[in-house]
Write a protein that binds this ligand. Sequence first.
Ligand code: BDR
Ligand code: CA
Length: 315
Amino acid sequence: MTKRSLILDCDPGQDDAIAILLALASEEEIELLGITTVAGNVPLALTTSNACRICELAGRPDVKIFAGASQPLFRKLVTAEWIHGNSGLDGANLPDPSMPLQAGHAVDFIIDTCLAAEDKSITICPIGPMTNVALALMKEPTIIPKIREIVCMGGAIKELGNTTPAAEFNIYVDPHAAKVVLDAGVEFVMMPLDVTHKALVTPERLQKLKDLNSPVGEVCGGMLDYFNRFDMTRYGFDGGPLHDPCVIAYLIDPELFKGRRVHLDIETASELTMGNTLADWWGIEEKEPNAYICDDLDVDGFFDMLTKRLARIKA
Ligand code: BDR
Ligand code: CA
């Protein structure tokens, strides 16, 4: 597995924040070319400043961060303060960031980075609504051959949605963008709720992160204390699901995950089931597979990796 040249497109969010930290702690496998931010869990100004806060926490004010789309392609922005808190990073208690934001727009950064790269060399990981990535593909379709893979967090296959009964948050917020990205013909890997609802931060796993005895351990502990409460109350889970870090863990060690190549489609017409990710898991329609969809993970392997990697960040 060759090292990934990664653009991480995110909407931090406590779980996005941990995904950023995991990527920064994994230099053997991941060269982080830049972080692009999008409106999602909270409005764009907050997702952007939160990305900066997390890079500063990791002692990496050099990371390039570009602000992107402030609203979905066609629909009104839906945010998720009821899960993440008004700041998007409640529980983190981090100061306002002072690192510089890059001057350009996220969409142009994605385009320019891809155009300057060799064919099939750039991995893009959208872990929020896919608005930026869709805009880049629409503005400059010649980037398509440059993309090695798109690995996203989104959707729900056999599991019900978490934003409506039919839809998971990232896809629900911008279903049209998700469809543009899926239909671009790029290698597409999806990490749906079927996987992430197994990656639960139980009290025991949370304690291991707190026991890192570092600023990162303390911030992760605070964020996850806050984040856990929603899913434990709503679903009766043993902890909150670490959705977005699953995407980064997949880049580091895909063997931790199980999945299947299937045909996937996304609902963009019916208001009732808007953003539903419909996977033909059993090949009923005999259509050509267009996505690799994960449905299971080695949970202990995932948390071992996460805890060991986050222990590397001493800043
Ligand atoms: C996704 O939605 C957001 O709330 C999380 O950050 C994650 O990307 C889970 O549905
Ligand atoms: Ca996210």
